[in-house]
Design a protein around this ligand. Structure first.
Ligand SMILES: [Zn+2]
Length: 388
């Protein structure tokens, strides 16, 4: 565990504030320190202030000169599908031709092609592919992700995916918060109610016993799982002590968000993702990539910031809050990460820009300068290593 002093951030974006998710006007309060610095000991933040103050208290620790760049808490991506085999390039081309998700699924693409490849992959294969994905997240300045299973859809394959995520969490610097999404789809070979029994009676109990997941998620959507079926699964997950998440209103307005409002705290009763309405309703909005091979093959939170600002009309400050401290609270990590405050883990990224708004403004341009997890600079290990 390192001790170091970070000095001369053009803007140290601390997000210091109340110890809870931020709502309404609070989402605009980034608590920025100009020419800011941080003192880090044993992987934790000991002091945050002006570079002058921090330098005075630093003693003989290693100095990291941020050189007039922006320093942010590591992004927290609260919704990803990290571990899958292969890609969906053919689907991508079909979509580019104008085919819908449903048409592509009928033609044998969609989630089924990924399920088949993921089932066929060995644990080692899947680990190698997932660690390549993990590297991409770090490269974009993300230090914690929530990650879902859900491309196995058998007891053994769901366990395989969750074990891969556990190993990755132990061996690599990206922190992974695992979610069980056995109810991602009903496998073709099984009847829906039989499958739900399997999810509840076998998968959930084994996952709870091996402590392989912190959350339980359901794809609540027409053609996937009904409101009633979703309620059964989520209620069973809650009984085993898992937190709840839900995929709702991704493809249509099915009333699933209403169920989410009953069972889960973060979603409201309006269609997702009308961000402005959610903000106005006082919800603690969270942004995430939904990294997955079908609809969102990006691990880049800066890209999501751009989309949030340009397409969803969120301010850059609110988008930063939604992708750091609020995201941290949504995965029960608000007390440890998501802001740069005394006592929190020293997970942060330095970006090659002077103003945090540039992250969303210069879209499509990698601006990551360096990434730190628990005060240690992340060294990428595989194909991406040359890039950072
Ligand atoms: Zn998703």
């Amino acid at each position: 565990m390192s001790s170091l002093a970070v000095l001369h951030a053009s803007q140290l974006i601390t997000l210091a504030g109340p110890k809870r998710p931020r709502v309404r006007a609070e989402m605009s309060e980034l608590a920025i320190i100009r020419d800011g610095g941080m003192l880090i000991r044993e992987g934790k933040i000991e002091m945050v202030g002006s570079s002058e103050e921090v330098a005075k208290n630093a003693g003989h620790v290693e100095i990291v000169d941020a050189g007039g760049r922006v320093v942010l808490p590591g992004f927290v991506d609260a919704h990803t599908h990290l571990a899958f085999a292969g890609n969906r390039l053919d689907d991508f081309e079909r979509r580019a031709r104008g085919e819908t998700y449903e048409q592509i699924a009928k033609a044998g693409g969609g989630i089924w092609s990924t399920v088949e490849k993921t089932r066929a992959a060995s644990g080692e294969d899947l680990f190698n592919q997932a660690q390549t994905h993990a590297e991409l997240f770090l490269r974009c300045g993300t230090t914690t992700i929530e990650a879902k299973s859900g491309y196995g859809l058998t007891v053994e394959d769901e366990l395989k995916i969750l074990r891969v995520m556990r190993r990755l969490n132990e061996e690599k610097p990206l922190e992974i918060v695992p979610t069980f999404l056995g109810a991602h789809a009903v496998p073709r070979e099984v009847d829906a109610n039989e499958y739900i029994d399997l999810v509840i009676d076998e998968m959930l109990s084994r996952i709870a016993k091996e402590k392989l997941a912190e959350f339980c998620d359901v794809f609540c959507e027409c053609g996937y799982f009904t409101i009633e079926q979703s309620r059964r699964i989520l209620t069973a997950g809650r009984k085993l002590g898992l937190g709840l998440r839900i995929h709702a209103d991704q493809l249509s307005n099915s009333g699933a968000a209403q169920l989410a409002a009953e069972l889960v705290y973060a979603l409201g009763s309006t269609a997702y993702p009308r961000a402005r309405e959610m903000l106005d309703a006082g919800l603690a909005v969270v942004l995430a990539t939904d990294f997955n091979p079908g609809s969102s093959p990006t691990p880049s939170m800066p890209m999501i910031l751009s989309i949030a600002c340009m397409q969803m009309k969120m301010s850059p400050a609110k988008a930063i809050t939604a992708s750091t401290i609020n995201a941290a609270y949504s995965i029960n990590r608000g007390g440890k990460i998501g802001s740069l405050e005394r006592g929190k883990l020293a997970n942060f990224s330095i970006f090659d820009c002077e103003d945090y708004r540039e992250l969303a403004y210069w879209f499509g341009i990698p601006q990551t300068h360096s990434v730190y997890v628990k005060g240690e600079r992340v060294r990428l290990w595989g194909a991406q290593a040359a890039g950072l």
